[in-house]
Design a protein around this ligand. Structure first.
Ligand SMILES: [Zn+2]
Length: 258
């Protein structure tokens, strides 16, 4: 009984275990600095992870392909439980004067798919627009234009996920306040799934997944069609666009081939 309780407490804490340790280190370093002088403090600084900060120049040097590779590598680290240890307060201070994110990500509202975490990115690394069903609207397009044209991001990434409630809601014709209009945006993806995928209901996992896949592809296509600003940048290879599907069960993203 006691063992069970302990292990239950241990697992969620493990991910964040650096925090109390950092706090203790900071307290110890402060005390040591008072007692022993500045030498001890500099030793502590040497061991603390120093944040890597993007600059206008480093952002400009990244290609769209490299930006995609960063997201792929980040998700691989995350899925293996090898996410980078991050000194968030230091990164907050280091990015206070400006931001140079290398990508803009559109992903779902779903609480289980926080983009920065599943791509193992830190403060200031990516723009992130989240909306139920990762659908497109004028404000999301405007945000992407801001990210790419005004702020220099090199990649637009559309991230869907398995077992998406918004996709299932669209399939079930859910009607609820403003949600009705949002779910309508997913319905063209249902029509894009071949007719032989049956039954076309939210209880058919294969159909739900195919609608989610088509939804990502349609959003990628719509961005090109609806935004002359982004279309021009895409045609000139100044930016790239890519999509993928997050698996809620494994934490892995399947990156769609371009
Ligand atoms: Zn979702």
């Amino acid at each position: 009984m006691k063992m069970g309780k302990e292990s239950m407490n241990k697992t969620p804490l493990q991910f964040d275990s650096t925090r109390p340790r950092l706090l203790w280190c900071t307290c110890f370093a402060l005390a040591a600095a008072i007692v022993f002088g500045p030498g001890c403090q500099s030793h502590h600084h040497k061991n603390a992870p120093q944040p890597k900060v993007e600059t206008k120049e480093s952002q400009a040097a990244i290609t769209p392909e490299e930006a995609l590779a960063r997201l792929q590598e980040g998700n691989a680290r995350f899925a293996l439980g090898q996410s980078r240890q991050r000194n968030f307060p230091a990164k907050v201070r280091a990015t206070a004067e400006g931001q140079y994110p290398f990508a803009v990500i559109l992903s779902c509202l779903d609480s289980r798919v926080p983009a920065e975490i599943v791509f193992d990115q830190g403060i200031g690394d990516v723009f992130n627009a989240r909306i139920a069903g990762n659908v497109l609207n004028d404000d999301i397009i405007a945000s992407m234009e801001f990210a790419c044209k005004a702020s220099g991001s090199k990649l637009i990434f559309i991230l869907g996920h398995s077992n998406c409630g918004a996709v299932k809601g669209a399939i079930d014709n859910v009607e609820l306040g403003h949600l009705t209009g949002l779910l309508d945006r997913i319905k063209p993806a249902m029509a894009a799934v071949p007719a032989d995928v049956q039954p076309r209901s939210s209880s058919n996992k294969k159909f739900v997944q195919k609608v989610a896949d088509e939804n990502v592809h349609l959003v990628m296509k719509q961005i090109r069609e609806r935004s002359p600003v982004l279309r021009e940048m895409l045609d000139q290879n100044k930016i790239g666009i890519a999509g993928g599907m997050y698996d809620l069960a494994t934490g892995e993203i399947h990156f769609f081939p371009n």
